[in-house]
Design a protein around this ligand. Structure first.
Ligand code: UD1
Length: 427
């Protein structure tokens, strides 16, 4: 199993390029199921979840070419025939987002089987809202032997009011609705940029969608969708992680090729902590000279609020800020697995229910620490960048799920980080 060895203490200096968003790329790849034509996706990140999705689509009969050539990271997918419309447990257990194939499969071939999902160990993470929505659209849902089967001759439009805001749930049903008969009205939808990105791709394929990016989405079903060429949005979570890397190390880092508009809540919170930033059209520069970090309270909320996927990284920053920061996780239960590892490195953090209280600033020192999920791992990398001595980070496959060559990118701005073991993506 790969490990990172990180020696802390260097202020990071230079430019880091942000990759395409994993959480946009996953639903966009699933959207290729909706057409027999070829779909070309650009700016696909070279991360393990994308490779998992490739395997998933191929296991169903699709042709997928992941072309990781320099700038474009272009991927071509063709789902001409989907002979085996099933997401098997071996794949689903490593990536919960596999449930994204449910809606498009029922819509295109009338049947989908998806094993009950696994993925990040951050709470129960059910898919009941996906299933309830599909039922409203006329699908019959059955569950046996650990798999869910959804069937429908043709889905029909429906009025779907989400009990709870769900990102992949909104995406799944949005895809299903594009080929349903009649109009689907979805309310209390997720407004994340990844939903908007997917909708832009679907519209490019001939779908009729209004309101993506707001809480109400209206879809008029069409008979057929066609191929498209679509460019994936930059990854706002990767960008936010690098902003914190610049700030926590007292560096001067230009986070390039990002979309600052998608990071408004993160930028506002970092400003509150005293982080100085220059925001450009597609870049954000963090300049730490003369800056003293201060703690701030933060609660995770659905977009456009502060993202849960940045909570762990923000906590690492809070350990290096003066004063008390209260961090409340509202989206997922059990998403504080980084806390015990940060404490082992010297942080002063107390958790009560959904709230963590961080008292800073505490010096951090190196330790052998363990990655538990994707974003928790990113927070440990950040902590290690300022810790005294050499931190060994185990189980970095969690990071490889969602960060493209993070060690190379960080090394490019002066971090002392190296990987022990096989390098993912360098086959
Ligand atoms: C997506 C992101 C993930 C991010 C999360 C919240 C992808 C591939 N993943 O995950 O990185 O952390 O949004 O921004 O885009 N829920 C239900 N029933 C459902 C679905 C969800 O109760 O059917 C609950 C979940 O348990 C959770 C909340 O709703 O408490 C939000 O989950 P959701 O938005 O669905 O997260 P994901 O789409 O899985």
């Amino acid at each position: 199993m790969d490990k990172f060895v990180i020696r802390g203490g260097n202020p990071l200096l230079g430019t880091i390029r942000v990759s395409g968003a994993k959480n946009s790329a996953l639903p966009c790849m699933a959207a290729a199921i909706l057409t027999a034509d070829e779909v070309v996706l650009e700016n696909i990140p070279q991360v393990r979840d994308i490779d998992t999705e490739r395997k998933l689509l191929e296991s169903m009969g699709a042709t997928v070419e992941l072309g990781y050539g320099r700038a474009q990271h272009r991927t071509t997918i063709q789902c001409a025939v989907l002979s085996d419309p099933e997401a098997k447990y071996e794949i689903v257990k490593t990536m919960r987002a596999s449930s994204l194939v449910l809606g498009p499969l029922v819509a295109r071939v009338g049947v989908a089987r998806v094993a009950v999902p696994g993925g990040c160990a951050i709470g129960g993470r059910p898919i009941d809202l996906h299933l309830r929505g599909l039922e409203k659209m006329g699908a019959t849902i059955t569950q046996e032997h650990g798999s869910i089967e959804a069937k429908a001759d043709r889905l029909h439009g429906a009025h779907i009011l989400f009990d709870k805001i769900t990102v992949t749930g909104t995406e799944d049903l949005l895809m299903a609705a594009t080929l349903a008969e009649g109009e689907t009205l979805m309310e209390n939808c997720a407004q994340e940029p990844e939903v908007t990105d997917l909708a832009a791709m679907l519209i490019g394929m001939g779908a009729k969608i209004e309101g993506a990016g707001t809480s109400t989405i209206r879809v008029t079903g069409v008979e057929k969708l066609h191929g498209v060429r679509h460019r994936i949005n930059p990854d706002r979570i990767e960008a936010g992680t690098f902003l914190i890397a610049g700030a926590i190390t007292g560096g001067d880092v230009n986070v390039d090729c990002c979309n600052p508009a998608h990071l408004a809540a993160v930028i506002a919170k970092l400003e509150q902590c005293g982080v100085r930033m220059e925001v450009g059209k597609d870049n954000i520069r963090v300049r730490s000279e003369g800056v003293k970090l201060q703690g701030a309270d933060m609660s995770t909320v659905e977009y456009p609020g502060f993202p849960t996927d940045m909570q762990a990284q923000f906590m690492a920053l809070a350990t290096q800020a003066e004063g008390t920061s209260t961090i409340t996780e509202n989206i997922f239960e059990n998403r504080f697995m980084h806390v015990s590892e940060l404490v082992r490195m010297g942080a002063n953090i107390r958790v009560e229910g959904r709230t963590a209280t961080v008292r800073g600033k505490t010096p951090l020192s190196s330790a052998a620490v363990m990655c538990s999920d994707l974003r928790a791992s990113a927070s440990l990398v950040l902590a290690a960048l300022v810790a005294e001595g050499e931190t060994i980070l185990d189980r970095v496959y969690h990071i490889d799920r969602g960060y493209e060559h993070i060690e190379e990118k960080l090394r490019g701005v002066g971090a002392q980080i190296r990987r022990m073991g096989e390098v993912f993506g360098k086959r």
